[in-house]
Design a protein around this ligand. Structure first.
Ligand code: NAP
Length: 547
């Protein structure tokens, strides 16, 4: 590998960190404005989440016709999704198609990890340094590094002593893994675990699932894309996209509920839940009534219906009770979507172990041992143990300013942002779907497009007014964070120990990170702020100004 540390720095208008769905769209959007841009991607290929998460069964839980770019009508008309929900290989194929179609690859630098980003107050520019020592100077920096891109393997004692193979869902080998005839352990029952468990169970000789917290999972009801689903959707794609913007999750096609749960008699309620269960998908279920995420009493009815479904599917009573979540209201942790997840526990080669009552103590050369001393032997262990969500990717980069601000310090007590888009004290650094924005609570590509468009418009505004610096005021940041928390506190979300509050990472400050006020409300606020001259931001001219 050539030593890049002595080469002259590359000069850009905008440096982008990340070559996933956000980074790629940012290249497209900003290049159209005549800006010199380049994205830096640590992977050996583009695609972000969909490049790394290649575990068996990996699939999006938002329908393909929704979970796709909307910025080009011909693209959305041309692309044919083979199934209702896209698989990881299909989505990665789509992303690669988009990169080729819009000639994006020439501005992506692969195998490049950004180690630090330092803002020079005098020069009014960011200097990014890669792991290999290359430096990049840019007026603006866009962090498009993802919300769930820092895989987390618990630091179990003995992990390096295990003689079998171990894998993390977010770092899955490209060549795939054949579990045929093997004794396999899966740790973790979030969205990733719930998707991979039914597939591994079909291959493995014996599958043992270690569950700490039961999660609610709803049937996806996946299937081939049918002409009667695709045809009408594509016939009015633009209107459907616009309608999605008016919803809290940025997902269209689901009539908004009109009634409160307890206004409806129990038999009618059960009929509605049953219909939604048959229909599949999480939005449809959460849209049964208006108050499922704000009233515990209301939520109890939806939670109990789902628990009863689990009890009716899983034959072994003890296993069914373990799988039926009781520690959080349905929807307050990310809902899983599955195909045959609960049914899998009826297979003779699958066992569920409760590691809430008897935690994993350590890995051993042959497998793992619980606190009680119980031992399990495996040929392979799969960690479906999640990510350092929302802040992990940015905290891995040493982000600071010449004035002495350090992002890791600024975020010591939890992430502080204005609109999830910018951080006070860090001028000209934008975040795509950062903490404090609706991001993970929405159809992510819609949120990505909304953020990149807002950022592009802001940069355009600065240019048109001979300005070259934007940063939020500390006051605006403070008020926004307070608003994000107040909105979360008015819902049931804080009742769950989830990665939304950093609960999955020991020692991580417990702060509610996504904005749960709804995509529609959020977008309106962002648009108003831009239209009124960027209220809450300081815009100024710096380059060439001497003190
Ligand atoms: P996750 O939801 O954070 O789940 C991690 C699992 O590992 C949890 O069950 C957790 O238990 C368990 N775990 C962690 N440390 C453990 C330990 N020391 N001992 C035992 N169990 C432990 O992670 P994920 O499943 O990868 O999903 C993360 C997010 O990615 C999802 O919520 C979703 O937003 C996204 N995702 C989406 C899709 C999709 O679109 N279909 C698929 C996969 C992922 P606790 O709950 O007790 O901490």
């Amino acid at each position: 590998m050539p030593d890049a540390s002595h080469a002259a720095p590359r000069h850009l208008d905008v440096a982008i960190v990340g070559g996933g769905l956000a980074g790629l769209y940012a290249i497209h959007r900003l290049r159209k404005m005549g800006l010199k841009v380049r994205a830096y991607e640590q992977g050996s290929g583009i695609g972000g989440t969909w490049f790394w998460n290649r575990y068996p069964g990996a699939r999006c839980d938002v329908e393909s016709l929704e979970y796709s770019y909307s910025f080009d009508e011909q693209l959305q008309q041309d692309w044919k999704w083979p199934e209702r929900y896209g698989t990881q290989p299909e989505i990665l194929r789509y992303i690669n198609h988009v990169a080729d179609r819009f000639d994006l690859r020439r501005d992506v630098q692969l195998n490049t990890r950004i180690r630090s980003a330092v803002f020079d107050d005098k020069a009014n520019e960011w200097t990014l340094t890669t792991k290999d020592g290359e430096t990049i100077k840019a007026r603006y920096c866009i962090m498009a590094a993802g919300n769930l891109s820092t895989p987390r393997v618990p630091d179990f004692k003995g992990i390096h002593d295990f003689k079998g193979k171990w894998y993390h869902t977010g770092l899955w080998p490209h060549e795939g893994v054949d579990f045929t005839g093997l004794r396999v352990g899966v740790i973790g029952t979030g969205s990733s675990g719930v998707q991979m468990i039914p597939i591994i169970a079909q291959q493995a000789k014996q599958l043992t699932v270690f569950q700490r917290t039961a999660n609610f999972s709803l049937p996806a009801r996946n299937g081939p894309m049918t002409p009667d689903r695709e045809g009408p959707h594509k016939a009015e794609y633009a209107q459907r996209r616009a309608a999605a913007m008016e919803t809290p999750f940025a997902i269209g096609g689901h009539p908004k509920p009109t009634k409160k749960t307890l206004e409806v008699p129990p038999e009618e309620r059960a009929r509605i839940y049953e219909e939604k269960w048959k229909q599949g998908g999480s939005i449809s279920y959460l849209y049964s009534f208006t108050d499922l995420l704000v009233s515990k009493e209301a939520n109890d009815t939806a939670s109990e219906f789902a628990r009863d479904k689990i009890r009716s599917i899983v034959k072994d009573k003890r296993t069914a009770e373990l799988l039926a979540p009781k520690d959080h209201p349905i929807g307050t942790k990310r809902l899983c979507l599955d195909t045959n997840y609960y049914e899998t526990y009826n297979r003779p080669n699958v066992a569920l172990v409760d590691v809430r009552s008897d935690p994993i103590k350590e890995l051993t050369p042959k497998g793992l041992r619980l606190e009680s001393g119980a031992e399990y032997e495996f040929d392979a262990i799969c960690f479906a143990t999640g990510f350092d969500a929302m802040t992990g990717a940015l905290n891995e980069i040493d982000i600071r300013t010449s004035g002495g601000a350090v992002l890791r310090k600024h975020w010591e007590g939890g992430p502080l942002t204005y609109l999830g888009l910018m951080v006070a004290g860090f001028p000209n650094m934008f975040i795509v779907t950062g903490p404090g924005s609706p991001s993970v609570k929405t159809q992510m590509i819609a949120s990505i497009e909304q953020h990149v468009d807002w950022i592009a418009d802001a940069i355009d505004h600065l240019g048109k007014h001979q300005l070259d610096r934007i940063e939020p005021t500390p006051r605006a940041e403070h008020d926004w964070v307070a608003h994000v928390n107040a909105v979360a506190d008015s819902t049931l979300y804080p009742l769950a120990n989830s990665w939304y509050v950093g609960a999955n990472i020991p020692g991580k400050p417990r702060v509610f990170m996504p904005y749960v006020g709804g995509f529609d409300r959020y977008k309106k606020r962002c648009d108003e702020i831009a239209a009124t001259g960027y209220e809450g931001f300081t815009l100024s001219q710096h380059t060439g100004v001497t003190a």
